[in-house]
Design a protein around this ligand. Structure first.
Ligand SMILES: [Zn+2]
Length: 415
């Protein structure tokens, strides 16, 4: 494992790589070329996504004062044009939503799967939500738009009009008692294309048992995504390089996913399209977040508790300080666990206040080779032990309590 080499790959991927963009494709090509540089054949696997484009958002408070605010409609928002009364609906509880029909409501929290149905039923003309932090300054922060993802809107008739503003502007509207607003949103849905990069190394001893590796290569808007997750992509690359040069006992599938930041779309696509392979997959190792100079390593097991105990002992034996626990982790491990494959997410949590995700502050300056190498070493030690194990030291089973957590994460109906 070579932290300097990992850092060089992050330098190559040091640009915004949003789902469905040319830059995401460029990242995929860089990763494919990197695999081919050490003679590992890799393929770019495209898949369709339901995307949205907003061409215009104009928001002006018209009473009791007049002021235009910077605003961005959510992707896949409904269109709207007109002037309406404004009400502050706090967290959108049932009582907050009485009598909001055809009015524009100000809401503390973003629109998501949890509150979408209730909001849609209340039928406001539009919902205005705040983004970021009250103390954000315009010159060093971005107004990040939300998205009414298909997983939120599917199954409902009609569509909500949802618009994001800065928290300080939302706060001002609340404090000054904004009571009327002129709003224009021009938005359209469209089908887009995202992609995964995949590679396969056949096992020499147990070729029918597969260990899969995931690490997302996409980033969010405005973010160079160096820590989250060019770094994890680089960890995967180190493992892919090692096992190309030192053939494994078990087969290995490497997946650099696209659109993780849009709801794990790349890993969901892989799992859905490769059911036979997933049936033979014994373990998923997911690398998401690495390289933060100040921080600590983690291994989160979305699977059997004996596996958590095993990793904990293994890391202690090796002298690696690693936080281990059995839990879900918001990343590409989830679709594998959902398909019954025990998953371990390995990475490094940046210390609070010294690392950033999902914003313009996730830059290469806050990633360093020595920290990158630590995560790769942890991932390598665990991978090597699992690959060479005479028998895998855990069941291919997701315990009920973790299964329930995975279901809750995916917010399946009936849970
Ligand atoms: Zn991530």
């Amino acid at each position: 494992m070579d932290g300097e080499r990992m850092y060089s790959l992050i330098e190559k991927l040091n640009f915004v790589r949003v789902s469905g963009t040319e830059e995401e494709q460029k990242a995929a090509e860089i990763i494919k070329a990197e695999c081919e540089s050490f003679s590992l054949e890799a393929a770019i696997d495209p898949f369709a996504t339901q995307d949205g484009e907003v061409s215009e958002t104009v928001l002006e408070v018209t009473a009791p004062y007049r002021k235009q605010y910077a605003a961005k409609a959510y992707r896949r928002s409904a269109c709207f044009e007109g002037e309406a009364e404004v009400l502050y609906a706090e967290d959108g509880l049932e009582v907050n939503l009485i009598g909001v029909k055809d009015k524009i409501i100000l809401l503390n929290n973003p629109v998501g799967k949890k509150n979408y149905e209730q909001l849609l039923k209340a039928a406001p003309a539009a919902v205005i939500t705040g983004d970021g932090d009250l103390l954000d300054r315009e010159e060093d922060s971005d107004l990040i738009r939300g998205m009414l993802r298909p997983v939120i809107t599917d199954g409902f008739e009609g569509r909500l009009c949802a618009v994001g503003v800065r928290k300080k502007d939302l706060f001002e509207m609340i404090v000054k008692g904004a009571s009327a607003m002129r709003l224009k949103v021009v938005s359209r849905d469209f089908e887009n294309t995202s992609r995964n990069v995949t590679a396969f190394i056949k096992g020499s001893k147990y070729p029918d048992e597969i260990i899969s590796f995931t690490g997302h290569m996409d980033s969010t808007e405005f973010s160079h995504g160096c820590y989250d997750n060019a770094a994890g992509s680089a960890a995967l690359m180190e493992l892919a390089r090692y096992y190309t040069q030192n053939p494994p006992f078990r087969s290995m599938r490497f997946i650099w996913t696209g659109s993780e930041e849009r709801g794990l779309l790349g890993s969901k696509h892989f799992v859905a399209e490769n059911a036979d392979e997933v049936k033979n997959t014994r373990l998923n190792i997911n690398c998401d977040l690495a390289g933060s100079p100040a921080g600590h390593e983690f291994a989160i097991v979305t699977g059997p508790k004996e596996l958590t105990a095993h990793i904990d002992m293994l890391m202690k034996e090796a002298g690696f300080a690693v936080e281990t626990r059995t839990d879900t982790y918001s990343s590409d491990c989830i679709p594998f666990a959902d398909a019954g494959v025990p998953a371990v997410s390995i990475g490094r949590f940046g210390a609070h206040g010294m690392s950033y995700i999902h914003s313009r502050n996730d830059v290469i300056d806050y990633v360093c080779p020595s920290a990158l190498q630590k995560t790769a070493e942890v991932a390598f030690l665990f991978t090597e032990r699992m690959d060479k194990a005479a028998a895998m030291p855990f069941e291919r089973k997701i315990p009920d309590d973790i299964k329930k957590k995975v279901d809750e994460y995916l917010m399946k109906k009936g849970v």
